[in-house]
Ligand binder design. Sequence first.
Ligand code: FEO
Length: 410
Amino acid sequence: MMKHFALTEDIYWVGKIDDREVPFHRLILAKGTTYNAYLLKTEKPTVIDTVDMEFGREFNEYLSQLIDPREIQYIVINHTEPDHSGGMAALANKAPNATIVCTEIAVPELKEMYKLHNRNFLVVKDGDTLDIGGKTLKFKETPYLHTAETMITYCEEEKILFPCDIFSTHVAVKDIFADEAGFDITEDFIGYYNAIIHPHRRYVRALIDALEEMDVQMIAPSHGFILRKDIQKYIGLYATMSADTVKDKKVTIVYTTIRKNTKKVADHLKRIFEENEIQTTVFNADKSDKAEILESIKEADAVFIGSSTKYADMIGNLEEVLKEMVELNLEGKIGAAFGSYGWSGEAIEVIQDYLNQTNMNVQSTSNVIKTTGMTHVEFPVRVRFSPKDEQLNKIEHSATFVADLLRSAI
Ligand code: FEO
């Protein structure tokens, strides 16, 4: 029988220690990791998160040493990625009476992933509470920390925060409590933050503000060490690491437009950058001096180039600007293409091809997904006709992403 770690007299760690070199988010976790799940053995027994799908059977056997799974009333899934929800495939069958507790976005994901279409779900929103018989769980939605459906769970009576990926470490721990590790875990804690959380730092800052309203005495994340001492030190590290570290950044936006729709995209980009206190200069390439545009590009930290599409190509003087850009040394700058179009938007792709010939860090949806997992940020920024509602949001997501890249460096 494996050792059972107890957080309190009725809350148990029921996870899996994975001491392999684990492939994970295009990294190799040299120190392994753990998948931490928790059993709250109250009047309405509750499991918070599960383990990687590879260890589902082991997880259920381990859990069964502590409780008959048929007694489990709630399974809280803070995050649907399979390293935490993977045990659901086996647990859902063993615990037929359990209601699955998660955010609205998580419901269809879990149903599809684990064939749970006929199960009871309880959708929770920010601030909702759940009485599990002697203890109260309070939920906070944390979208994009680090995926859209994520939430954190707080046990009010025990003052324990279960934040899933947040505040984690990738270490195949021997002793689950950081204060019993026998070494300072700070380096591992920071390394995890940099690898997984930092791209989402905008949302970390909101979380840190929310935590000020909560009395957190223990943090029980879903990878690595449980933190029960120096809690404010670890929260403070997240506050420091997610803060803006770089100021006085500049963006240059250059466009050509047929019916002012691409101009509207440029204007909205400018608005978002200025809301982020980033100095932004906009040029209509057909009405501005080319030398002045190129000088601004040389001084900028990020460059957005956009055009309407006509006859499957850019319009106006923009190509003259791009031809000169590919001859410049633009290393270290961020580049992005944008444009409004009516049918296929070929001009936007032609601009992207030009930008890819420079030595800028040119943004693409593919790279954003690979480096951050964010699927709501699109590059190039493609808008059909006049940008409205959803498209304005799309422009905002892209500009905000670049603003965050510009203002924060590790
Ligand atoms: Fe540990 Fe986002 O999974």
